[in-house]
Design a binder for this molecule. Sequence first.
Ligand SMILES: [Zn+2]
Length: 180
Amino acid sequence: MPATLVTPHAVPPALIELENLSSAERSVALYVSDMPDRYRYRRGDDARLESWIIQGATRLGLETLYRLAALKSGYQLAWVEKCTTAEQERAHAERFPKAVRLRRAGELASLISLRTDMSEEAKERGCRPQFDGGCPTCNGTGQVWERWIEPGCDWYEAGYRPCWLCPGPVVPARTVAVAA
Ligand SMILES: [Zn+2]
């Protein structure tokens, strides 16, 4: 009997579908795919882009893809709010050394996302950014101390409010069902 590479415990490769990937996941998958650095989009290229996304997702594996995409989203959120930490800057640059390629991958992923559906699970993951070293504004507690003035009042109120940067304390990632 010929030797086989397939062990009884081998997990069959997950069937990865574009619809089950968030926009950030699509862009990270494109980044690690064979897409040429100088690729220029042409009308009718959607199937090509989709195959690169699936290739990149397969290459990374879903768990790694989810994590990288969540960290990329967290970095971008913090960048927009001008509160990235040194740890985030370093880790982001290490993960994605080709900044131009990453930006391009993001633009192309957005383009594809305009035209394809996204599953509810993928949308939900897209709303859960992660941060190197924890959320830079609340340190992972999910709330920040703030002072504010209620309309019509001339004194400050102060208290904890939900963190505006992160979705709150990190909960364990939900198991994502994939078609076998
Ligand atoms: Zn936070």
